[in-house]
Design a protein around this ligand. Sequence first.
Ligand code: GDP
Length: 472
Amino acid sequence: NELASMMDVSVTQIIATCMSLGLFVSINQRLDAETISIVAGEFGFDVNFITSDDQDDLLEEEDAEEDLVGRHPIVTVMGHVDHGKTSLLDYVRKANVIAGEAGSITQHIGAYEVGLDDGRKITFLDTPGHEAFTAMRARGAKVTDVVIIVIAADDSVMPQTIEAINHAQAAGVPMVFAFNKMDKQGASADKIREQLANMNILVEEWGGKFQTQEISAKSGMGVDDLLDKVLLEAELLDLKANPEKKALGTVIEAAMEKGRGVVTTVLIQAGTLRVGEPILAGQFSGRVKALFNERGKKIEKAGPATPVQVLGMQGAPQAGDRFNAVETEQEAKDIATRRQQLQREQGLRTQKHITLDEIGRRLAIGNFKELNLIVKGDVDGSVEALSDSLLKLSTEEIQINVIHKSVGQISESDVLLASASDAIILGFQVRPSPQARRLAEQEEIDIRLYSVIYKAIEEIKAAMEGLLTPDV
Ligand code: GDP
């Protein structure tokens, strides 16, 4: 309706144009930016978007090169359960508490910063595991610069190790491998190197590109060297941020605390946050009443790559929500209200994910180049067979990526990965768990179940040729 009146054409014409693109819309439906461009194009209009995405009301200005200064890396620890993620995070936290500093007992606030002897710093996200990492990514937050994959060397590469690797790779985040529990009898780092090599992950010692470090999270052996390697990896990324502008960052966690109100842990990613500034996070606004570091010490300001506890939000935002300092409280309030409105209109979803049926439409638009798939199956043989056949469907126009494949039912973690990487999930002789099904509905992830391999291949092939008719 809005688009029709802006272009001065009838609503029916807009609906008809959408239908010709395979999109069935109602009169008061919100269209995504891409559809608006195409529909407007059909009527001879050029669209100029003055906001950066669907709900973005805050324009992010490009930083001038001379304003950018180096920042330290933000790191997430992932790996199989019991391989030592928490132990590693705890060891690093304890070993790096600056001696004698007041209130030096570090609290769990979701992230902490450590300083090395030579003055370099690393910020660790304190929620280990790929679920948290991918949940953030599914909400559009890109926080982690480097991932540490912890593998117990007295055990083996396990299913969650593989998941963690796939999740990190899907995000395009570099990995450093920590072979843990080297103090234990029977620990063999070479066995792990070999298992990784079998998954096409070649470590540096064997001529590959992945750095590894043998450690004991219990005794601390090798941990310093591990941090050195993480910093080396970060150096290659040449991480920079402008500390001089209004702060922006990501919410790590938020909770109501007695006597303190809403306490929000924010990772500042650029700019500097100061006490007294009007702020905005997700759908809530506020003003910074006080700032605390992870040692519970009151601070006046927080710059890029620092985690900070913020007091003064009017409501509790969600992990992964974007955080901004703004000019005035009124501006913060207005944007928060607008976001709440938008949320009501659209339901929880803000992002449209790819479905097999939609491929035809995207192809017609001409901006579809990559199809990300997650393959789950009942046995290894069929997972491999299906993945191989799918990869062979790649054409010059569309590249097929199997971003994750494994044996077992379709889990919430698979759905999160699909949401974060805009992927379709294919299940062969397996079904989603009830939680995964619910999450898939909420995130609008296409899950396709098959019991015959060629059926799956045929359907994907048809979709890629734009032949699937949308079921309505
Ligand atoms: P997470 O599930 O990956 O967070 O693993 P945890 O950090 O909870 O560790 C699982 C178990 O392994 C705990 O009992 C730890 O004490 C033990 N552990 C962790 N790292 C080491 C290590 O380097 N050496 C030994 N011997 N035990 C370890």
